[in-house]
Ligand binder design. Structure first.
Ligand SMILES: NC(=O)c1ccc[n+]([C@@H]2O[C@H](COP(=O)([O-])OP(=O)(O)OC[C@H]3O[C@@H](n4cnc5c(N)ncnc54)[C@H](OP(=O)(O)O)[C@@H]3O)[C@@H](O)[C@H]2O)c1
Length: 331
């Protein structure tokens, strides 16, 4: 097999360099299944890794990209045969193992998810880790008995990837949602995804009491920091708050009062190391009853490997609405 293009990241305590390199299959981390990558995507974590804004790689160098979808071309296991359409998300891609920003990937068989019925390869990557995580959040809300009649679910960082899919999937299931965004020009977009109400970020700044007047029944939070604290302190009794992201900060201050007086649950979600059985279940649901009906609207643009550095900058500057698909192989 001839050499192929890969967006590779070199990262150590002196800094990060990333760009297109020509690799051979033998340059890739070992694995049972070789996949011709058709599409990948751009997640917040990809932008942090590729720009060097945070230390995501736990070995270097690595091909970037925490998502990939494509066609199996070689397999040392009977579980997959050439021609199978598959995807991989998280699981160590671009952290400990070469990721999806290359024309070929070689991965352990246990990470490979058969493409769910009901999704094309491009749809699977528009969804990608962001949409998968949104569906995982919904699964956690369901498991913790969040009911539609309890009231609205507030979603922060709403115009981003996780936020957009959270709004769309919750709407599909019948939940009322409050979309919180910092982008004034994303209000119409969020209503089109199904948000019941769209508010600016400043509207959820509340007092600093250990408990505040309740305003929502649950939350999916992509922002972290003081925002997460505010969300928990204004959640109705027995509501569930899922902590997903850190776009606005990592640390937060909170008392135990929301937990012991109101029985509020603060739930964590970790897509990268999600158990594989649950990962497959969530992907199958995304192809079926959780299938987002606004995938085309959430897909904001398509880029090539060489466009990644500018795309990372835009995403980290909060200039991107929805999801960016990466077309890796166009043949
Ligand atoms: N736990 C997990 O398994 C998991 C999985 C995937 C992603 N994540 C995390 O979830 C977050 C969202 O990921 P994503 O891929 O959806 O990223 P994204 O597309 O960049 O969306 C992030 C959104 O957060 C909002 N935001 C950005 N900077 C902010 C700031 N300084 N203060 C407040 N809000 C800000 C923006 O939305 P508005 O302009 O609409 O406010 C932005 O669109 C990231 O922190 C990511 O690392 C976690």
């Amino acid at each position: 097999m001839k050499n192929f293009s890969a967006f590779r990241i070199h990262s150590d305590n002196k800094g990060t360099q990333a760009g297109i390199e020509q690799l051979s299959i033998d340059d890739l981390c070992e694995g049972d299944v070789v996949i011709k990558v058709k599409y990948s995507s751009v997640n917040y974590k990809d932008a942090l890794a590729g720009s060097g804004r945070a230390q995501i790689l736990r070995r270097s160098p690595l091909v970037g990209g925490i998502d990939l979808a494509g066609e199996v071309i070689e397999s040392t296991t009977g579980e997959f045969v050439p021609g199978d359409h598959v995807l991989v998300n998280g699981s160590g891609l671009s952290e400990t193992h070469d990721g999806g920003y290359a024309e070929f990937a070689r991965v352990p068989k246990d990470w490979v998810v058969p493409l769910p019925k009901g999704l094309s390869l491009s749809q699977a990557m528009i969804i990608g880790t962001a949409g998968f995580t949104a569906a995982l959040c919904v699964h956690l809300l369901e498991q913790n008995k969040q009911k539609i009649d309890d009231g609205p679910i507030v979603v922060t960082g709403a115009s981003g990837g996780v936020g957009s899919f959270s709004i769309n999937i919750l709407h599909k299931l019948g939940f009322k949602t409050i979309a919180v965004t910092g982008k004034k020009n994303s209000f119409d977009y969020l209503y089109e995804l199904g948000a019941t109400k769209v508010v600016g970020r400043e509207k959820i700044q509340i007092g600093d009491g250990v408990l505040e007047k309740t305003r929502w029944a649950g939350a999916i939070d992509n922002v972290g920091g003081d925002t997460l604290s505010a969300l928990v302190r204004a959640t109705k009794p027995w509501g569930n708050v899922v902590s997903v992201g850190i776009a606005g900060g990592v640390k937060f201050e909170l008392s135990t009062m929301p937990f012991i007086i109101r029985g509020v649950n603060l739930l964590g979600v970790s897509s990268s190391n999600c158990p594989q059985t649950l990962r497959k279940e969530i992907w199958n649901r995304l192809g079926d009853e959780l299938h987002p009906d606004q995938i085309a609207k959430i897909h904001s643009n398509t880029v090539k490997l060489e466009d990644l550095p500018q795309t990372f900058e835009k995403l980290l500057n909060n200039e991107i609405q929805g999801r960016t698909l990466v077309e890796v192989n166009s043949d």
